[in-house]
Structure formats: structure tokens, C-alpha cells
Design a protein around this ligand. Sequence first.
Ligand code: SF4
Length: 315
Amino acid sequence: MSKVTHWNGFPYYPISQFYKNKFGEKVYKVPISVAQTCPNREGLKGMKVCNFCDVWGSAAFPEFRDLEIKNQIIVTKDRMGKRFNANKFLVYFQAYTNTFSKTSQLKKQFDIASEFDDVLGFVVGTRPDCLSQAVFELWNEYLDKGYFLSVELGVQSFDEKQLLWMDRGHTAELSVKAVERIRKNSPKVDLGIHLMFGLPGETDEDIIMAAKKCSELPIDNVKIHNLHVLKNTTLEEDFNAGEFKPISREEYTRHAGLFLQHLRPGIAVHRLAAVASRHEELVAPEWAKSKLDNYQYILDYMKDNSLYQGQHFSS
Ligand code: SF4
């Protein structure tokens, strides 16, 4: 257990620690919902909606999505400020694809968000196929003004077959190219990717391959999700037809641990499991309802088995 002290006793490098080192205090993400669609939902080039995605497109607080961006920031900041005693924030453009519409639209939203003195920067959720020179220039403009700018790229898998199964509409090869393009065109961006575990037929080798791929790429952080079934998705149809079986908490935990063991130690990790924020829309598995229990379960598993991030990483 002696080595499991790398990150203040955590067996992995939590993003909260990255923020604390960077800003000297705790910083909280304020999720807002401004984008209303994505290439899949528009059926671009014959694309379909991702099989796991419901109509809210990953929005944390969809009930606020009709509010002006300024009001969304005020309401959510207030909520988080009271709950966590939070003083500094990053505005998180979370739902759908935030670089899909005109860049001038995103610029307007950045301009509004930057009017708040306690907003230190932005986090932008997007896809590998929605990057343009205009978007890079906008990011660079805000980076040059001293704002923190983080990009969260929905990669989901490095396995081409799984991406087809998910109806993602982009390839793993494109994801790698997107990471390289961001690094080249906006080198100061804090760059993260999202991955999903619990895909059909997923093996230990797939998980290790994903960790190795992340470790090779010039990224700063990663967010891992457990694939869960939401109402009104194609995944729900597969689940009801007995064609998809959600991963158990035990197996997911084992895979999360394996992934972290092979992950480069300098990559910060956003969270260890996803939670279905709207419980009434969760179909399965039941364990995806609980946030803290799952987090603690994974932490305990790692500590009990003396696992830690980067244990099997070699450059
Ligand atoms: S997961 Fe993202 S890209 Fe896929 S349909 Fe939902 S909002 Fe669109």
C-alpha cells in the first residue's frame, strides 16, 4: 500500500487536485445548456442519434435550458455556492455539441460568461468531427486573455466496431486526429476525452488498449462513464429485446481499476463512474442511480487490492 499515496491518499489523480494545484483553491464546474443539437440529431451525412443518448443530450440541468445563459449561470452558481461553499467557477458548456453551430454564437456565450468576476474559464463539450479553424481561434483568443479553457472530446471508444454499434458517426481514427489538431492549433487548451466502459463483449485487453491509447495521446484528463440504459433510446430497445446486458457494478469496478493501472500517472481523472442524474429516466442498471456509493466502492476496491493509477504504465 505504500505507493497508494501519490495524490493525497487517492489511488488516482483526481481532477479536483489538478484544479487546486492550478488555481490554488477549489473550482467548480457550472453546467449550462446552450447548444440544442448535434450532427447526429440533425441526421447529417445519414447519421443517427447515438444509441445511448436521450433527448436531453447529457444536460445536467435540462430544466434550465430555456433560460438565458446569464440566468443559467446565476441560478447554478448560486445553487453550487450554497451547497459546496464554492467561490470560483468554470462555465461548462455541457449538453449536445457546443461547436456545432456558428462560432460567433459560442463567442457571444463566452462574452456573457466572462462578465462574471468569479468565472475563471470555460469547459467545452464537443465531438471529434466538429472542430474548425474559427473555433481554435476563439479558444486562443480567450486563452490569450488569461482564461482557462478546457475541451472535453466525446471519443467514447477506440474500437471502431463499438463506435459503429453506438451509432457515433465518427471513427476512432478521427478522434486521434482531432486530439492532434487541437494540440497543434490550440496548444494551451486543457484537453480531455470521454470514454465509455460496459460495451458489449468488452474484454480486459480492450480496457488496457484504451488506457495505452490515452497514455500515448497528448491529453491532460479523461472522464470514464459506465454505459447505462435511458428511456427512449435505441439502447432501451436493445435492452428490452434482450440484446444488451448492462455491466454489473463489480465488473465495471474491475475495469475502471484496470484502466487506471495502465493510465499515464499525469492524466487527471474527472470521475470514476457516471450517474444517471434523472432517476426516473434510468432503465438499467439500478446501480447507476447512486453516485457516492459507486465512487466509494471503486476507491475501496482499489485500496483493498493495492491498485493505483500508472501501476502498469511504461512510457
Ligand atoms: S451523445 Fe452527443 S453526439 Fe450523440 S446524439 Fe447525444 S448529443 Fe448528439
